[in-house]
Design a protein around this ligand. Structure first.
Ligand code: F6P
Length: 638
């Protein structure tokens, strides 16, 4: 079952070259792709360049971290190349913000700014130390958005150090009793931050416990978690510190956000972790506690554990008892985040009942604020998210990019078929969900466990047949709201024109418009390659950061930023929806939902006349794909 899920969530990866071979429509794609934006390279470079020298109280740590990177550069390996190399391509991409171009432009503007600042602010030598201390306090890493914000700094000049941190690093320490949804929260947070280009990794203590030699010598059942058993407690504390050390190493090597995923349920444990982190003044700390008081959600979470790595081969009823006694052990010693953290002035956030209630303390960093805003906006509703590109447009027929062309005849046919398809899928989803829920309740009963619908067996005598129960539930589910979003471009609005506004909640949204290709709007890839070969090559080698020249021209990163509010809205809403958009936007939304790496995302195959259906689940996103077959005027799964 797990394998089946994994298979379903695997991304459908193809390069643009493959698109050429098997795309059934007439859009021309550029040929060979090479990936230059390798984050591994970037890490190595960064690692060798940044070392912490000063140790200060953690509250001020972001102001003190020196950095030896000479200039504020974009988040790509090319950006770390020497200026000379950048100069050689700078002139070829006039008006663009390609990474190389940025390098050259930035170095010039940095140099000019530095000279002006040096002339105005260079203090006499006896005042320099004081002035430098003041300056380093004044600066904050603060607002730091990869690919969109460049911090201008003064380069080293005679005897005066201008070093200071350029990117923020964050250690998120999770807190919460078992089955409070911590792992679910951290997985989502990791996916979101990575999508925003903050490299994020989760460090799970349970995973180490399951393979660690010291803990393997002991029975891993509830006793191992007894707070009065000092030997076991020492083993668990050691594991937590080992994992924290791995996380710190990774952050120092270029990672941006590390998440320490464990119960960390006592002040003593948290003090251990915080004391270790205080030795790393360049890393900010955010404690994130997940609290769940909703009995039904808790019971559901407990039962999900039965399919997890600790219990999967054990008898369900017996495993549930063991797990509940493990939770009791933790509960006896549990100290919620609060007084101690406030005394220490630590940033923390308590998420209560899946974000229904949120308590935040001393949130001072941009990144921490982003995390909390995101976490306040998700829910666990089961739903369908359909996403498709618009039907074939007249520009697709002639192979031109951008523009605002109407649909072709084929495109209009697709639009009619799409409405029929979504309405059928909507009905069958309601039926499947209803059957699954009714069957799940029957399964719990067969394991000797109470149903999860809130009614005890003895209290309810349901005389309906299983089929009657399914039909009633399906009817209830299918009457729920369904949203249709399109971009504000003609081809996308026309693709959704057959949806009845009385049945669907339809919105045209500018954020969903296609990437703006600036001065290259209306050209074909062949023309760009012929007339602007260097520019064409620069984009192919770093599509993520390449910004089209001219007014309004965008990069993938720019589009990611304008889609941020769409992702938050997708997470916030509980109803199913259909998104009709364009190639770049579709790649980016799928990139978020399916956790595609930034390297592969701009090159994924997302042909027109295909529909992706996504179902958010606790363990990831389930994916189904359909292709429209014009000859039979219907969709087939592929
Ligand atoms: O060709 C269709 C299109 O949506 C263009 O409007 C857009 O510029 C292009 O695809 C984006 O794809 P890529 O990033 O692969 O060039």
């Amino acid at each position: 079952m797990v394998e089946e899920r994994r298979r379903k969530t695997l991304p459908f990866i193809k390069t643009d070259q493959e698109i050429e071979q098997d795309e059934h429509h007439r859009i021309e794609e550029p040929p060979s792709i090479s990936y230059h934006n390798d984050r591994g390279n970037q890490h190595q470079q960064r690692n060798s360049q940044s070392h912490s020298k000063h140790h200060h109280h953690h509250r001020h740590r972001q102001h003190h971290r020196p950095s030896h990177r000479p200039l504020a550069l974009p988040h790509s390996p090319e950006s770390l190349e020497p200026t000379g190399a950048a100069d050689s391509v700078g002139s070829l991409t006039a008006g663009t913000d390609s990474p190389q171009q940025l390098n050259s432009d930035e170095s010039d503007s940095n140099r000019a700014t530095a000279e002006a600042m040096a002339a105005r602010f260079h203090p006499p030598s006896h005042l320099r130390d004081e002035a430098e201390t003041l300056k380093s306090h004044r600066h904050s890493v603060g607002f730091d958005v990869p690919g969109a914000v460049h911090t201008i700094i003064t380069p080293n000049r005679m005897g005066v150090k201008a070093d200071r941190p350029l990117d923020s690093k964050l250690a998120v320490i999770m807190v919460g009793l078992p089955a409070r949804g911590k792992s679910y929260i951290v997985k989502k947070l990791r996916r979101y931050l990575n999508w925003l280009q903050y490299e994020t990794r989760v460090f799970n203590v349970g995973n180490l416990r399951r393979v660690n030699e010291a803990s393997q010598q002991h029975d891993q059942s509830a006793n191992f978690f007894d707070p009065d058993n000092t030997d076991m407690k020492r083993i668990r504390d050691d594991l937590a510190i080992q994992v924290l050390d791995q996380m710190i190493d990774w952050l120092k090597q270029g990672g941006r956000v590390g998440v320490h995923d464990a119960t960390n349920s006592t002040v003593e444990r948290r003090k251990l972790l915080i004391d270790r982190l205080r030795k790393e003044p360049e890393i900010k700390v955010l404690i994130l506690e997940s609290v769940c008081t909703d009995k039904m959600v808790l019971e559901r979470n407990f039962r999900l554990k039965l399919f997890g790595p600790d219990y999967k081969d054990r008898d369900p009823a017996e495993a549930l008892l063991d797990f509940k006694s493990r939770v009791d052990n933790y509960e006896r010693a549990y100290e919620s985040v609060g007084d101690w953290e406030e005394e220490q002035d630590i940033q923390f956030c308590k998420l209560i009942n899946v974000g229904k209630k949120v308590i935040a303390h001393n949130i001072s960093g941009y990144l921490s604020g982003q995390c909390i805003f995101y976490l306040m906006n998700f829910n666990l509703a089961e739903r369908q998210i359909f996403i498709t590109r618009h039907g074939e447009s007249m520009d697709n027929v002639t192979g031109r990019i951008g523009g605002d062309a109407p649909l072709s005849e084929k495109g209009r046919k697709y639009a009619r078929a799409l409405e029929r398809f979504v309405s059928q899928q909507r009905a069958s989803f309601a039926y499947d969900l209803a059957s699954r829920k009714v069957k799940e309740e029957d399964d719990w009963r067969s394991y000797g466990l109470e149903p999860l619908d809130g009614k005890k067996e003895s209290e309810t005598i349901d005389t309906r047949t299983t089929q009657e129960k399914i039909d009633a539930k399906a009817k209830e589910l299918s009457s729920g709201q369904f949203t249709v979003w399109t971009s504000m471009l003609k081809r996308s609005m026309a693709t959704a024109a057959n949806f009845d506004p009385d049945v669907y909640d339809i919105k045209h949204i500018r954020f969903l418009n296609e990437i703006n290709s600036g001065m290259r709007e209306g050209m074909s890839y062949e023309e760009i390659q012929r007339f602007y070969p260097e520019e064409f090559h620069t984009r192919q080698s770093n599509k993520l950061y390449y910004r089209y020249p001219g007014m309004g021209g965008e990069s993938y990163i720019d589009v990611i930023h304008r889609l941020q509010s769409m992702i938050i809205e997708l997470e916030r809403m509980t109803q199913s929806c259909l998104i009709v958009t364009h190639r770049v936007v579709m790649r980016i939304i799928l990139g978020y939902m399916l956790d595609w790496s930034q390297k592969e995302m701009p090159h994924m195959l997302v042909p027109i006349h295909t529909v992706y259906e996504l179902r958010p689940k606790p363990y990831g996103t389930e994916l189904k794909k359909w292709q429209y077959i014009e000859s039979v005027d219907s969709f087939v799964e592929f």
